[in-house]
Write a protein that binds this ligand. Structure first.
Ligand SMILES: O=P(O)(O)OC[C@H]1O[C@](O)(CO)[C@@H](O)[C@@H]1O
Length: 243
């Protein structure tokens, strides 16, 4: 595992975006795995800045998101579809044919999960996966206790995750209780993974990832089994690491 410690959030995003730009430029076809939450926003802004400045052709890029709330319509400002469209897909002019998210309004959720894994496989798998991490070590919506071999599946969100994400909703009652998430097994199939984190509230998760034992109590530690992971953190998120 390659651990890069930088000064602050700005540098986390700068370092992170360099991985994406390099791969986008290098490959004829590239499948990117994308994340939501607050952490990726700075990286997305830098990617947009680069694409607009260079007038980059992104017709060879396909994206797959990690997760989506169950029950929110696509036009709900809190759906991850809406977030991605507003924050990245529209500014990059990526078409609906290039961008995939699980459908949280599917009538048969189990079938939707299977279909999502299948489409990723059919398109050749994820080349570069972006990850953030929850305070409790969750990756995507894989909460503590999730099997490291899990495929895309429905989850009941931990109350701590609902609370953390309630900042985006007008009340706690509005925060969905369930979501579809790519499983840890599906995430580990990505050829390369870049995880970004900043702030002291992520320091324990980062410590578990870098120095802890592998345990389902900390989903992030599943990444220890992957041989092409880069962790980019600011000084605060790295503050519990041995010097
Ligand atoms: O980047 P944030 O907002 O701290 O979120 C951290 C994690 O929480 C989630 O948004 C899910 O709650 C993940 O997708 C993300 O990696």
């Amino acid at each position: 595992m390659n651990v890069i410690v930088v000064k602050n959030y700005e540098e986390v995003c700068q370092k992170g975006v360099e991985f994406f730009i390099e791969q986008i430029q290098k490959k004829n076809n590239i499948n990117l795995g994308l994340a939501t939450g607050s952490t990726p926003l700075g990286l997305y802004d830098k990617l947009i800045e680069w694409a607009q400045e260079k007038n980059a052709d992104l017709s060879h890029v396909t994206t797959f998101n990690l997760d989506e709330y169950i029950g929110l319509p696509k036009d709900d400002p809190n759906s991850y579809y809406y977030y991605m469209k507003e924050k990245l897909f529209d500014p990059l002019n990526l078409s609906p044919e290039q961008t995939f998210l699980p459908d949280g309004r599917a009538t048969d959720i189990e079938k939707e999960c299977e279909a999502y894994d299948q489409i990723i496989k059919d398109k050749g798998g994820i080349d570069l996966q972006l990850l953030g991490v929850g305070v409790n070590g969750h990756i995507a919506f894989n909460e503590p206790g999730t099997s490291f071999s899990s495929n895309t599946h429905e989850v009941r969100l931990a109350e701590s995750t609902r609370e953390a994400n309630s900042r985006f909703f007008s009340s706690m009652d509005e925060v969905p209780t369930h979501a579809i998430t790519m499983g840890i097994g599906s995430i580990l199939e990505a050829k390369e993974i870049v995880l970004i984190a900043n702030g002291t509230n992520k320091s324990e998760a980062i410590q578990q990832l870098v120095e802890g034992p592998q345990s389902e109590d900390w989903p992030i530690t599943a990444l220890q089994s992957h041989n092409h992971v880069t962790v980019i953190v600011d000084e605060e998120a790295a503050s519990l690491l041995k010097k």
